[in-house]
Design a protein around this ligand. Structure first.
Ligand code: SF4
Length: 635
């Protein structure tokens, strides 16, 4: 077999397959290390700066290995890019045929049985969109809802999705041609399976069953792994989850209506009690009144469980093909009830490793109870890193230390990676000439009440210098709205606020509108790719430390301090570095992009931790006066 450096060399197979390809030392180093990890059974961690070309750097050794590989990513955009562009390119270049499957979670696929039942129950579709789904359902070959030209509402799609709780598997008459099961079978025979982190970590949490067995794993956008692993292990009880459970029961059984009324009463009481403690997220133990409300919900769940136990056969709406199917349906329904009971029990039982917290929904003000381990490292060590021969963790932003010593300490500790070969593959971009970094003077402190008033003129000046073409990013919605209200009438460029349009439409507006300015928060910190001068300025309001009031953050910090480590040094600073690098990373996406980042948090210039955080950013030229931008932007 050709040595891997020849694959990436000038005139080599990749250059022949990809016009405009330039050999990059960081990409080759990364590919060599990953190949060695596959051959010798070692885990590999690589931070690949923007422009390194990390997907080719792992796809080439992955295809050459001849092993079964799962590639998991954080965003749909990256999955699509791998599936439609990068993998075909590498297979063509290497001349290695590969069977590749992009597998999504069950709820992305249409359930033929549900569609058939629904159409049999009603003559007409209940809405225009449902009519469109019915028509599409009759002709689709994949059942993947991404084919629809619109995103169906959660409530509508739930009535038709292939969710496990509604599926009787081999007892279903459509089992052989079921969209989800066909896709899962395809994945069994594939050389490479592409999934998202939600599905990957859910499979781990369920002990397998969603993904076929695999030899190696590549976790791209690995800075999101802790979040997704925690989410997969989080048990939730809310109006939404109880409502879903009841709707599922109603689809299969003639459930007496008094249960709906009883749960509605219980949920109203539960939510009003949870609303008495202020804050969007707080630990459950901070609200003693929650216990009786939870007990009352548990009583209702017990009653429902007993009713189902007594009536699972007679109350079925549709005659089952046989007793086994009826039993399967009962077990599925029972599983949803028992899961809610278990969530209450977990929340009530104190534990050294898990916490329970209350969370307020953004949109409707409803509340949910969550329970999860705050530390997933032991679990991942046992379930993933000790069981898989080689795991590759990569991202443009996973090193938490500019000095490169122990650069991945934060990632390794939070994910439970004991041993791995490591590499920082620096970006090939010329940051000193392509980017400017402005840090506000020390007096500008986001913790002071007059911050918005002081920051607004500075933002206005930055926007004047960059002629708009900017993202103005905030760490909180409240601060976003406050500053936007001050500047909305003053900014001389087209300006929009996150939420005015759906995210994708807002991005499209930004890409197409000359000199546009977008005020946004969280979701625009990462996964956004605006190449070219349309995005020339990124303004960030403050160092993005996690909220110390967040119960999960509190628990993680307390655990570190119990081990004699500083929570600030070992959790808050590395978290802020990874997050800030993501925000910074929106700016320079190609060798010709130029632009400035303005950090409005003066603490970055005046504190020890500020220096540490700035040191970890890409090496943009630091400026102290915005005047210096005139020449930069006019060049
Ligand atoms: S096998 Fe399950 S998911 Fe597939 S069509 Fe039947 S019930 Fe729906």
């Amino acid at each position: 077999m050709t040595a891997i450096d020849e694959v990436f060399a000038p005139g080599g197979p990749i250059e022949q397959a990809l016009s405009g390809f330039e050999a990059r030392p960081g990409q080759l180093q990364m590919a060599q290390l990953i190949e060695r990890g596959f051959l010798e059974g070692m885990h590999t961690i690589v931070e690949a700066g923007t422009g390194v070309g990390k997907s080719l750097a792992y796809l080439v050794p992955a295809l050459r290995s001849g092993k079964k590989i799962v590639i998991s990513t954080g965003t749909i955009a990256l999955q699509e890019q791998l599936y439609h562009k990068d993998i075909p390119l590498v297979t063509r270049a290497l001349g290695i045929p590969a069977r590749v499957t992009l597998l999504k979670g069950r709820n992305h696929y249409l359930c033929k049985q549900k569609l058939e039942n629904m159409r049999a129950d009603r003559l007409l579709a209940p809405s225009r969109t449902m009519q469109q789904i019915w028509e599409w359902g009759a002709r689709t070959q994949t059942g993947d809802r991404a084919e629809l030209p619109f995103l169906p509402s959660g409530d509508e799609w739930e009535q038709l999705d292939a969710d496990a709780d509604d599926c009787v598997g081999e007892y279903c008459e459509h089992f052989r041609e079921c969209f989800f099961f066909k896709k899962r079978d395809e994945a069994k025979f594939a050389d490479m399976v592409i999934v998202n982190h939600a599905l990957f970590f859910l499979d781990l949490a369920m002990g397998g069953g969603l993904l076929p067995p695999y030899d190696f794993v590549v976790l791209d956008e690995a800075h999101q792994c802790e979040r997704w692993a925690t989410a997969a292990l989080t048990a939730t009880l809310s109006r939404g989850t109880i409502g879903r459970m009841l709707r599922k029961l109603h689809r299969s059984y003639m459930v007496p209506a008094h249960f709906d009324a009883e749960f509605e009463r219980g949920l109203r009481g539960f939510e009003s009690v949870l609303a008495r403690v202020p804050g969007d997220r707080y630990p459950l133990h901070a609200n003693e009144e929650a216990w009786p409300a939870l007990e009352s919900l548990r009583e209702s769940l017990f009653k429902l469980e007993n009713w189902l136990y007594a009536n699972w056969h007679e109350a079925l709406k549709r005659k089952p093909a046989n007793d086994a199917e009826a039993e399967r349906r009962r077990d599925l329904a029972m599983r949803a009830i028992l899961a809610h009971e278990a969530t209450i029990e977990r929340a009530q039982a104190p534990s050294d490793t898990a916490i329970a917290w209350v969370e307020r929904g953004d949109a409707d003000g409803s509340y949910q109870l969550n329970s999860a381990p705050y530390d997933v490292s032991e679990y991942l060590r046992g379930m993933l890193f000790e069981r898989t021969q080689s795991v590759v963790l990569t991202s443009a932003t996973i090193a938490d230390n500019g000095s490169r010593e122990e650069a991945f300490e934060f990632l390794k500790r939070s994910l439970g990676v004991a041993d791995a070969q490591e590499l920082i593959a620096p970006s090939p971009f010329d940051y000193p000439s392509q980017a400017r970094l402005y840090v506000a003077p020390p007096e500008l402190n986001p913790k002071t009440p007059n911050f918005a008033k002081l920051a607004a003129p500075l933002i206005e000046e930055c926007l004047d210098r960059s002629r708009g073409r900017a993202f103005v990013l905030f760490t909180s919605h409240a601060r976003l709205r406050e500053v936007y209200a001050l500047l909305r009438e003053r900014v001389a460029f087209p300006i929009r606020l996150q939420g005015e349009l759906p995210r994708m439409h807002l991005l499209e507006w930004f890409r197409k509108t000359p000199n546009a300015v977008l005020f946004a928060t969280g979701t625009f910190w990462e996964g956004i790719d605006v190449v070219g001068e349309q995005l020339s300025c990124v303004i960030i309001d403050r160092l993005p430390f996690p909220s110390p009031r967040d119960p999960l953050v509190q628990a993680r910090i307390e655990a570190l301090e119990a081990r004699g480590l500083s929570g600030f040094d070992h959790y808050m600073i590395p978290s802020a570095i990874v997050r800030l690098k993501q925000g910074f990373g929106r700016l320079v996406r190609s060798k010709t992009d130029r632009g400035m980042v303005a950090l409005l948090d003066g603490r970055a210039a005046s504190s020890r931790y500020g220096a540490l955080i700035l040191q970890a950013l890409p090496p943009a030229t630091r400026i102290t006066h915005l005047d210096e931008l005139t020449e930069f932007f006019n060049a």
